[in-house]
Design a protein around this ligand. Structure first.
Ligand code: PHE
Length: 355
C-alpha cells in the first residue's frame, strides 16, 4: 500500500467515528493542519524524484479533493442533525389547553373617561389637559372669582403654600383659561382630569374626577348647550330617552348658570336612568361670563359660548351600579377585578361603549 493509500484509509476509518463538530475539527487539523498528514505530503513533493513527481502530485491532489469533500459532507450532516434536534425540542403541542394567566383590568374611572371622550369626539370636541397643581389665578381669579368672593369658601381648597399662590385645582375649569389664553377662538374642547377638595364621605373623596366642556364660537347659544348635553347623556347611558331638567344656579364664571338633573326611578333595587319621578344632579353649566372671555383676550362682542363641568366618578357609579365612591380609590384588587373592564375592549361609539 502506498503512503497516500495509507493516509486515505486511516482517514476513512476516522471520519466514520465522527459524532460532533469538535471531532470533525480535530480530524481537519490532523490531515490539513500546519503539520497535517496531507500538508506534509505537499511539503515533501520537492524531494520526490522528478519522473515520479507528476503522477504522485496528481494522486495527492485527488486524495486531497476526496478528503475535503468528505469533511464537507460530514459537516452538513452534523448541521442537519443539530437543526433536527432543535426542532424536536421546540415542538409545541397545539392540542394542549391554554395556560391560565392573570389579566389586568381597566379601572371604571378610566373606562368612563374613554367612553366620554369617544362620545364627545363624535361631535367635534378635542381633548385638552392641564396640571393638577394650579395657580390661584387660573383656578379662581381669571374665572371671575376674585379674592373676596364667597364661592372660594365653598371649594374647600387645598393650598400648597402659606401665601396661597399655588393650590391643587378644585375643578377642571382652569383649563378653560389655559386653553383660551394660549390659543385662538373658536374653541371646542373637553378636559378630563383629577380635581381636589378637602372633603370625604360616601359620595365625596378628597380627590375626584371632573370633565370640563367648553365651546366658544361666533353664535353659540344655550340651545346648543342643551342639545349637546342631551346627546351626551343619551349616548353615555345608552338609552333612547332621558328626562333632563335645567335648574337655575350660580357659578361666578358663567351667566346664566344652571345645574342639570336627570330623571330616574328605582326598579328591583336598581337605578333605571332616563325616566321616573326622581331627580339626580349630574353637572353644572352655563354661558361663559364675558369677564372670563376678557381675561383671556377673547372679544365677548364677537365670541360667546357655553361651558359645563361633569362629575366623572358620579357618572361611573350610576352607570355601573357602584354605591361607594371611596372604593374607587382603595386599590382593592378584588373590587377592581369585579368592576374593571377588559383592556382589549376599547370603547367606541360604533362598536358600543360598554359591552
Ligand atoms: N367648575 C364647576 C364646579 O366644579 C362646574 C362648572 C363648569 C360650572 C363649567 C359651569 C361651567 O362645580
Amino acid at each position: 500500500m502506498s503512503d497516500l493509500e495509507k493516509i486515505s484509509s486511516i482517514f476513512n476509518a476516522k471520519i466514520d467515528t465522527v459524532k460532533t463538530k469538535e471531532d470533525l475539527q480535530s480530524i481537519k487539523t490532523e490531515f490539513f493542519g500546519k503539520n497535517g498528514q496531507i500538508t506534509l505530503q505537499f511539503k515533501n513533493l520537492s524531494s520526490i524524484e522528478p519522473e515520479k513527481r507528476k503522477e504522485f502530485a496528481s494522486n495527492l491532489n485527488k486524495i486531497k479533493e476526496d478528503l475535503t469533500n468528505q469533511i464537507e459532507l460530514k459537516n452538513s450532516e452534523l448541521e442537519n442533525l443539530e437543526i433536527n434536534e432543535k426542532l424536536k425540542n421546540e415542538k409545541v403541542d397545539v392540542t394542549l389547553p391554554v395556560r391560565p394567566f392573570q389579566q389586568g383590568k381597566i379601572h371604571p374611572v378610566s373606562q368612563v373617561i374613554d367612553e366620554i371622550s369617544s362620545i364627545f369626539s363624535e361631535i367635534g370636541f378635542s381633548v385638552a389637559e392641564g396640571p393638577d397643581v394650579e395657580t390661584d389665578y387660573n383656578n379662581f381669579t381669571a374665572l371671575n372669582t376674585p379674592d373676596d368672593h364667597p364661592a372660594r369658601d365653598m371649594h374647600d381648597t387645598f393650598y400648597l403654600e402659606k401665601n396661597k399662590k399655588l393650590l391643587l385645582r378644585t375643578h377642571t375649569s382652569p383649563v378653560q383659561i389655559r386653553t383660551m389664553i394660549n390659543g385662538k377662538a373658536p374653541f371646542k374642547i373637553i378636559v378630563p382630569g383629577r380635581t381636589y377638595r378637602c372633603d370625604s364621605d360616601q359620595t365625596h373623596a378628597p380627590m375626584f374626577h371632573q370633565l370640563e366642556g367648553l365651546h366658544i364660537d361666533k353664535s353659540i347659544t344655550m340651545g346648543h348647550l342643551k342639545g349637546c348635553l342631551d346627546y351626551f347623556i343619551k349616548e353615555f347611558f345608552e338609552v333612547k330617552n332621558v328626562k333632563m331638567r335645567f335648574r337655575p344656579s350660580h357659578f361666578p364664571f358663567t351667566e346664566p348658570s344652571a345645574e342639570v338633573d336627570i330623571g330616574y326611578r328605582i326598579e328591583n333595587k336598581k337605578i333605571v336612568i332616563g325616566e321616573g319621578d326622581k331627580w339626580l344632579e349630574v353637572l353644572g353649566c352655563g354661558m361663559v361670563h364675558p369677564n372670563v372671555l376678557k381675561n383671556v383676550k377673547v372679544d365677548p362682542k364677537k365670541f360667546q359660548g357655553y361651558a359645563f363641568g361633569i362629575g366623572i366618578d358620579r357618572l361611573a357609579m350610576l352607570k355601573y351600579g357602584i354605591n361607594d365612591l371611596r372604593a374607587f380609590f382603595e386599590t382593592d384588587f378584588r373590587w377592581l377585578n369585579h368592576f374593571g373592564f377588559d383592556p382589549l375592549d376599547v370603547p367606541t361609539n360604533y362598536r358600543g361603549l360598554s359591552k
